[in-house]
Design a protein around this ligand. Structure first.
Ligand code: A5P
Length: 231
C-alpha cells in the first residue's frame, strides 16, 4: 500500500474521536491534511465544534472547508489535538517540526486534555535520537545559538527553503539538530531548552494518549498506558 493511503487511514480514523461541542486542535502536515478533510466532511454533516489551528496553512485549509476556526487566545483548554509526527519511539516520544510548525504545535499540545498522533508506518522507530530534531530559533543572535549548539556537541544546520532561510509562521528560523543518538533524550531536551535563543524544540516526549498508525491492514491504535508498546 502506498504511504499516502496509510496517512489517509490514520487521519480519518482519528477524526472518529471528535465529539459534538469539542474544541479541537488541528495539526499540520500531510497526514493531518486527511484528518482535516474528514473533519470538514463531518462539519458539513452537522458536527458542531470549534477548531484551533497549529499553522497558517492548516487554518487556511480548515476555513476553506467551513470548519469554525477560533483564535487560540479565546480558549482556555483544548479537548482533543490530532497531529502528525516525524518520528516516534515505543515510549511515545516524538519528534515533530519537519513542516516547521513545531512551536505552535507545542503550544496547542500543551493546552490539550488529550492528544492523538497520527502517522504512516515509516514514522515508528526504535530510537528518535538518531534523527534530526528541529528547533525554532530567534533570528536575533542566531549565529550565537549555532555556536552554543556546536559547543554542546550537536551538529546544527540552519534550515533553508528555495535557497533562502526558512521562516516559520512566527517569523523565526528553524535549525535542524543532529545528535547521533548520543545521550538520553530527556538530557538532550534539557540541553537544547537551556540554550538562550532556542524558542522551542521539536521533542514532544510522552505527550499523547494514543497513536494511530495507518498500515496495509488498516488503522492500528496503540493506547499510551505509560508503558512500552510494540509498534
Ligand atoms: C509540522 O511541523 C510537523 O510537526 C508535522 O506534524 C510532521 O512533520 C508530520 O508531517 P507529515 O504528516 O506531513 O509527515
Amino acid at each position: 500500500m502506498h504511504i499516502v493511503e496509510q496517512k489517509k487511514i490514520a487521519g480519518e480514523k482519528a477524526a472518529e474521536y471528535i465529539r459534538d461541542g469539542m474544541t479541537v486542535g488541528l495539526g499540520t502536515g500531510s497526514t493531518a491534511f486527511y484528518m482535516i478533510n474528514k473533519v470538514g466532511e463531518m462539519v458539513r454533516g452537522g458536527l458542531k465544534i470549534k477548531a484551533v489551528a497549529t499553522s497558517k496553512e492548516t487554518e487556511r485549509l480548515a476555513r476553506s472547508l467551513h470548519i469554525p476556526v477560533v483564535d487560540i487566545d479565546t480558549v482556555d483548554t483544548i479537548d482533543l489535538v490530532i497531529d502528525g509526527v516525524d518520528k516516534i519511539d515505543r515510549c511515545f516520544n516524538a519528534i515533530k517540526g519537519g513542516g516547521g510548525a513545531l512551536f505552535r504545535e507545542k503550544i496547542v499540545a500543551s493546552m490539550a486534555k488529550e492528544i492523538i498522533w497520527i502517522m504512516d508506518k515509516s514514522k515508528t522507530v526504535d530510537d528518535i535520537g538518531r534523527f534530526d530534531i528541529p528547533v525554532e530559533v530567534l533570528p536575533f543572535g542566531y549565529t550565537h545559538v549555532m555556536r552554543q549548539l556546536a559547543q554542546n556537541g550537536f551538529v546544527a544546520q540552519l534550515r533553508l527553503k528555495d535557497g533562502a532561510r526558512y521562516m516559520t509562521d512566527n517569523i523565526n528560523y528553524v535549525v535542524d539538530v543532529w545528535t547521533d543518538g548520543a545521550g538520553n533524550i530527556l538530557d538532550i531536551k534539557a540541553r537544547l531548552d537551556g540554550i538562550v535563543g532556542v524558542l522551542e524544540t521539536g521533542l514532544f516526549l510522552n505527550m499523547c494518549a494514543r497513536i494511530i498508525v495507518g498500515t496495509d491492514s488498516g488503522a492500528v491504535i496503540y493506547e499510551n498506558e505509560r508503558k512500552e508498546i510494540g509498534l
